[in-house]
Design a protein around this ligand. Sequence first.
Ligand code: ADP
Ligand code: MG
Length: 317
Amino acid sequence: MSLYPTDLSPQNTAEEQQTGEPQKLSSAPPALEVDGIHLAFRKKRSLLPVLQDVSLTVKPGEFVSLVGPSGSGKSTLFHIIGGLLKPQQGHIRMHGQDVTGERGHISYMPQQPALFPWRTTLDNVLLGQENAPRNHTAAHSQYASERERREEARQWLEQVGLGPFAKAYPHTLSGGMQQRAAFLRALLSPQELMLLDEPFSALDALTRAEMQQWLLRIWERNRRSVLFITHSIEEALLLSDRIYVLSARPASVVHVVDVPFPRPRREEITLDPRFNEWKRTMTDWMRQERCRLDGGMEEHTESARKSPTNNGADQYE
Ligand code: ADP
Ligand code: MG
């Protein structure tokens, strides 16, 4: 029996896979369509190309992950989707509407928790709801009173072990706790599409595994549309319906994986031999990209020598 679904093998190019992607869900327009995005940052007199013709789709209620080498441009793509940056080419559409360069359409969790130090944990968690444009306010929170929203947020804090810290200020929380609060803030924001940028990277292994299970349960109950950045192939395979693998910078989509494991998923799936086959295959892809990135860096040894503390992708900063 072949390891790979018939429409998908690691040898296929992303283009082949995308055109061969089964249109199995409803004909509703995608929750998110990233269409042919190009972006280069200006660096003094030169340009640093970061995203090169990146296209991807998140259908309503899908959990989609983006994996790629550090510095490949994943967070930059999120900034474009969130309207913080304008691409030089390409479009961002949500539910069929062109929203390129517009803010307020997504709930976003950045790599750093970015909690306001002067607000309590509870008030930080409520921030996403306060700041959301009215037309994006989902039914559940549109009609909820301030008191109901606070109560709901309090219950969520209990569920992630932050109950006793509801009135505490961020500087008194550990990094992992801050990350959980930031995650809740995104989860409780009313916009339908959530962008999560490596939300669990600051957590220790055990807490991370617990949070993954917790996220799986929440998501399988609520089916929000999610675009998730992670470094962890295992995390992507565990959580996602589909995974886009990005090349080294300038990033383009080099592989698309329709994750074949049924839902609901639990941790035991990681013991399935097929899970480990996929993990190995994808790890090889990532290794190839890492090699390409390291190879590409040799062109810039001069600037690297001038800045010995910089390594890998961030040496341009
Ligand atoms: P990733 O999230 O995949 O690790 P990023 O999107 O953060 O990567 O960064 C991609 C590349 O773009 C890196 O080389 C980074 O140094 C560069 N970069 C990111 N933001 C800026 C910016 N505002 N100005 C210039 N270069 C940037
Ligand atoms: Mg990043």
